[in-house]
Write a protein that binds this ligand. Structure first.
Ligand code: COA
Length: 695
């Protein structure tokens, strides 16, 4: 069976997991406090419309529902089973389920790969694959799917219906957030606990929810990924917000190159999420804020207004908007003409539109009406600081009324700061699918998520194909590998990279002073940087093996002799092969590299290079293969991007940087690490001034 075929059959089976006609609960119990009791109770109390079959060896009836001693005794078909029996019994139960031809199973039971029992878990996966069963878990709390009123979990009984699908790798966090969303009245289409991901993981669920009309946003809480390369093949059709915990740098410590030491798993995960077009959140409130905002209409432009009753909170929202790159409408005359009538004389129309404490419900309502009516305004942020003169619930009702009157025509987010009444106002707004939060930052980052998704969904579709390495470059690498060497010398690294298409300054390699002059004269290389070439010398400058700024033939000859003599004195045992010559170039120092991540495989890095690299660590990654568009986004992602755009006389040749990134991809499959540090870039081009390849 091809993997495609397998995926599509699993997707079909997932339909029967979320919307089954019949459910069996194996391990259903009449004993309150047991998981088998809670699951059955949740299914029965949530008005699930399909057939429910409790399975228990002893009981004939539980909670008024007829019970069966085994799966095989149930009359007729069963679509889906929840399994909550002790671990040693799960395999037998799965085999019975397979005989019964079920399409999906959730194994709640713990005691598998999470405690080292991988083989026992693999058996469950095998049964699932052989019989086309979509298997969730083991070691999961189950799931809730509100469109079919199915709560197949031992979590809280209710979840407010909505359009967000929440996939959680942590059971405990998933359960607790079910309660939290209920309290905040954030509507959910689904909450799924992934458990050990023996079969169904993030990729399968994202691709399933992609085509589920009941879901508009997918939110994932992730601790780690089992197979990064497979994860990179996930297709996105809907916004995905991702909250990832755990950013260890253990992997980075073992790496030998700059690139390796800068990678660290979190940077690679960030690369993966960016490349897939997922929106990363840093806290769960931010994640839910973004997910709620992403169910709003997309903005038709970049200009926002803030409506507030407090100056301070308005300024803080303005700051957050600036940080998030959200533009504020700043035509003060126009704003004055439109908003003056919404506020007392002492109010301000200078965006933030400050209706002040004297604005009242009417002021808020009018200001929101204007903001929603004017096409020049593309997004609205409503802030309210609770006062004794205006009830926040009244403000919420006014916002809902106006928003519904214009049929939710543009994005609108709300922040309410205050006590109990503000909390109630937030709940009412959320119930009406208006994202409302207690923090300005969350409201603004919610809006920002919407803009980000708009940009992501407008990207041209590009297929990233791993480029082939040119035969000549591979020949060089293989010859060195045969020699038993683990690294290429500078001139060998240069040769390989040049063949692949990395732009080089004028460069050469010379064994003698005469040869050096010949090479330099032929290419008009001056001024030149000279570096000793020896397999035995790693820190060249420590032994006098680096001389810069050599201006002419005479100097070159003299410096060649001087370098050989000094290095021989400082490193008498080293075998000196000759000298690398390289034209000196001016410009901005960048770094390009490649290393291999244990989960995601080869990843290419770009950032600020030279002496900045260790201090600022301003670098970003992309997983190989990536498209040219992705390489462009990588370059635009570093914090120092303004320098690349030509800030204060600096400037970069972006096309040749992109060319370098695309070229490095070609050798990714054949070597361990690559460092081009620095890659010097100026307005005329980019130049790999130093290069190192480890195989
Ligand atoms: N067919 C039908 N019923 C069976 C059965 C079988 N093959 N084997 C056992 N049962 C019945 C039991 O008789 C019992 O019913 P009872 O209460 O009427 O006696 C019920 O199923 C449960 O079995 P029991 O042996 O009492 O187990 P338990 O309820 O103590 O524990 C689990 C079962 C699955 C809950 C437990 O093993 C477990 O894994 N707990 C952790 C779950 C978890 O935390 N998951 C991850 C969340 S993130």
């Amino acid at each position: 069976m091809s993997s495609d075929c397998c995926c599509s059959s699993k997707a079909k089976s997932l339909k029967k997991v979320f919307s089954p006609d019949s459910v069996a609960i194996i391990g259903a119990s009449a004993e309150p406090g047991k998981i088998g009791y809670q699951v059955l109770n949740n299914i029965l109390k949530n008005d699930f419309k399909g057939k429910v079959y409790p399975v228990n060896r002893k009981a004939t009836e539980i909670m008024g529902v007829k019970c069966y001693p085994s799966m095989l005794e149930i009359p007729g078909d069963v679509d889906f089973a929840v399994i909550a029996v002790p671990a040693p019994l799960v395999e037998g139960v799965m085999r019975e389920c397979a005989k019964k031809n079920i399409k999906g199973a959730v194994v709640i039971t713990s005691g598998f790969s999470e405690i080292g029992k991988k083989k026992e878990e693999d058996v469950l996966k095998e049964i699932a694959d052989q019989h086309g069963i979509a298997l969730l878990g083991p070691n999961t709390f189950g799931f809730v799917y509100t469109p079919s009123n199915l709560n197949a979990s031992f979590g809280p009984q209710n979840v407010a219906p909505g359009k967000i699908a929440f996939i959680s790798q942590s059971g405990a966090l998933g359960i607790s957030l079910m309660g939290w969303t209920m309290m905040e009245k954030i509507g959910m289409a689904s909450v799924v606990s992934l458990g050990n991901k023996a079969d169904i993981g993030e990729k399968e669920l994202i691709e399933y929810f992609n085509d589920d009309p009941n879901v508009s946003v997918i939110l994932i809480y992730m601790e780690g990924i089992k197979n990064g390369r497979e994860f990179m093949t996930t297709k996105l059709k809907k916004p995905v917000v991702i909250l990832k915990s755990g950013s260890s740098s253990r992997g980075a410590q073992a790496a030998a190159s700059h690139t390796g030491s800068l990678a660290g798993s979190d940077k690679i995960y960030t690369a993966a999420f960016n490349q897939l077009g997922m929106i990363r959140a840093r806290t769960f409130t931010q994640a839910f804020g973004a997910a709620s905002a992403l169910s709003m209409p997309l903005p038709k432009g970049s200009d926002a207004v803030i409506i507030t009753n407090g100056g301070g909170i308005g300024v803080s929202a303005t700051d957050e908007c600036e940080n998030a790159g959200i533009k504020m409408v700043d035509d003060h005359e126009w704003l004055e003409a439109k908003f003056r009538s919404t506020m007392p004389d002492f109010g301000s129309t200078k965006n933030p539109i400050d209706v002040t404490g004297g604005g009242g419900r009417e002021g808020y309502q009018k200001a929101v009406r204007v903001a929603l009516a004017e096409d020049r305004i593309h997004a609205v942020i409503v802030l309210y600081c609770e006062t004794a003169v205006l009830d926040p619930v009244d403000v919420a009702k006014a916002v809902i009324e106006e928003y519904n009157a214009v049929k939710r025509n543009k994005p609108l987010v709300v922040t309410m700061v205050g006590g109990e009444r503000s909390r109630q106002a937030i709940q009412i707004l959320n119930e009406h699918q208006i994202p409302a939060m207690t923090e300005v930052l969350e409201a603004v980052s919610g809006l920002k998520a919407l803009y980000t998704w708009q940009e992501i969904s407008s990207r041209p579709k590009e297929v990233a194909v791993a480029p082939e390495i040119p035969a000549k470059a591979l020949e060089i690498i293989e010859a060195i590998r045969k020699e038993g060497r683990t690294f290429l010398l500078e001139h060998e690294s240069r040769k390989v990279l040049e063949i692949c298409g990395v732009p080089m300054p004028k460069w050469g390699f010379a064994r003698t002073a005469d040869e050096a002059v010949k090479v330099a004269e032929a290419t008009k290389m001056y001024p030149i940087a000279m570096k000793i070439a020896s397999v035995d010398i790693i820190h060249k400058s420590d032994v006098g093996g680096v001389i810069l700024n050599v201006k002419n033939a005479e100097e070159l000859k003299a410096k060649f002799a001087q370098m050989m003599e000094t290095v021989k004195k400082n490193a008498p045992k080293a075998n000196l092969l000759g000298v690398n010559l390289c034209q000196m170039v001016d410009g901005l120092q960048c770094i390009v590299g490649m290393n291999k991540d244990p989960q995601f495989g080869p990843a290419v890095m770009f950032g600020l290079g030279g002496i900045f690299v260790e201090v600022l660590k301003d670098v970003s990654f992309r997983i190989v293969p990536f498209s040219e568009g992705e390489a462009q986004r990588l370059v635009g992602e570093i914090k120092a991007r303004k320098l690349l755009d030509g800030y204060r006389g600096q400037g970069a040749h972006k096309a040749s940087i992109i060319k370098t990134l695309m070229a490095v991809q070609k050798i990714a499959a054949h070597v361990k690490e690559v460092d081009i540090n620095p890659l010097i870039t100026n307005k005329d081009g980019s130049y790999a001034v130093d290069a190192r390849i480890i195989i």
